[in-house]
Unconditional design. Sequence first.
Length: 145
Amino acid sequence: MKKVKKLALTSLMLVSSSVFAATEVTSYKSPYCGCCTEWEDHMKDNGYDVNTEKHEDMAAIKEKLGIDPRLASCHTAVIDGYVFEGHIPASDIKNFLADPKDFKGLAVPGMPMGSPGMEYGDQKDKYQVVAFKENGKLALFNTHN
C-alpha cells in the first residue's frame, strides 16, 4: 500500500512539474511596443510567468524562430519549445499546449483590434488563430469575433 501511495505522489509531482514548465513564457518584443506589454499582462493574468527580452531587430528573431513572414505580428513568444506569434489569446495557447500534435506553434497575423493587447473600446475585428508546421503548412486553429 505504501508503495502505491509513493508511486501516486511521484506521478503527481511529475505531472505538476510538466504543467509548471509550460507556464514559462519568453516574450521577444521591440522596446518601443506598448501593445506587446499589454499582451504580456494578459498572459500574466492567465497564470503564465513572462520573461521579456527586448530587441531592436525583431525580424532577426522571427527568422531565427522560423516565423513565416505572412504570419508576422509585433511580438514573438516561446513556451515549452513552441513558438507563438502575435496577439494570441491565452486560452488558445493553453488548448494548443494540451495537444500540439505536430505543429510548431500558433500565430495571429497582424494586429487585429480586440485581440489580447489590442483592446480599444468596443472595436473588435474578426480574426483567426493559425497553427503552423515546420514545413510551412497552416491550419485554422480558432476564430474570434
